[in-house]
Unconditional design. Structure first.
Length: 242
């Protein structure tokens, strides 16, 4: 699975680092990342000189991460709830992973890892077919087995609300201030096989029984053109430790 994530999940552009660094307004020397996966976001921040402590609970994912990151990245096998460190960081970040964490005590834990004025950055977003007709064909193909492949908002925030999760929670926490939401627009073109490979990393499909999952992917492959355009906008939430 780690190799599938590495091959089919898109990376992150320099624009994301520039957004986070510009918001911070001061050097980002040390960062703590949770749910690092294969290090797609890790290597972006490391490439800009940030010394990242990259935590990830899955041994396979962490082994894949090690193949792709420079020496100033420190890989640690740990889930969010199990991270133990007395260090205080300039930045805490999570790339498409914060929704996996336990909400009980989430923000006090994060605040405890940050120096005063330190920054929280949570970012990610779905990869969706840009052509409505193709998207409808895929929806119809999977419908007998899977109603939706979207991840619902962890706090129930409606999709049409101006502020989305986790910005909603950060706004309610007395531990953080200056909460902001940004969207980095992104369009990608990929082969049908690569799009199907990306779907194979989505939890809604992973939770299907193997034989059903194979049938769903067969039906989706039957309706996809050779190449597809996808919307892969990155939703970024930023906040500052009080």
């Amino acid at each position: 699975m780690a190799e599938t994530y590495e091959r089919f999940r898109p990376g992150y552009p320099d624009e994301l680092f520039e957004l986070v660094a510009g918001y911070a307004g001061r050097p980002l020397k040390r960062a703590l990342e949770i749910g690092a996966g294969t290090g797609k976001a890790t290597r972006l921040f490391a490439a800009h000189g940030v010394a990242v402590v990259a935590t990830e609970p899955d041994a396979g994912m962490l082994a894949e991460l090690v193949k792709h990151v420079p020496a100033h990245v420190s890989p640690v096998r740990a889930a969010f709830e199990d991270v133990r460190t007395a260090e205080r960081f300039d930045l805490f970040f999570a790339a498409a992973s914060l929704h996996w964490t336990n909400p009980d005590g989430r923000w006090p834990r994060v605040a405890g890892w940050l120096a005063p004025g330190g920054v929280v950055a949570s970012f990610g977003g779905p990869v969706q077919l840009a052509d409505p007709a193709v998207a409808e064909s895929v929806r119809a193909a999977r419908a007998p087995f899977l109603d939706s492949d979207e991840i619902p908002s962890p706090d129930g925030t409606a999709a049409d609300e101006a502020m989305q999760w986790p910005g909603t929670e950060l706004e309610q926490s007395p531990l953080f201030t200056d909460v902001r939401q940004h969207v980095i627009g992104r369009r990608l073109t990929m082969s049908a096989a690569d799009f199907a490979g990306h779907l194979a990393t989505i939890s809604a499909y992973l939770e299907l029984p193997p034989e059903i999952r194979a049938e769903v992917f067969r039906r989706i492959a039957d309706v996809l053109p050779e190449t597809v355009e996808v919307a892969a906008d990155i939703f970024v939430h930023l906040a500052r430790r009080v």
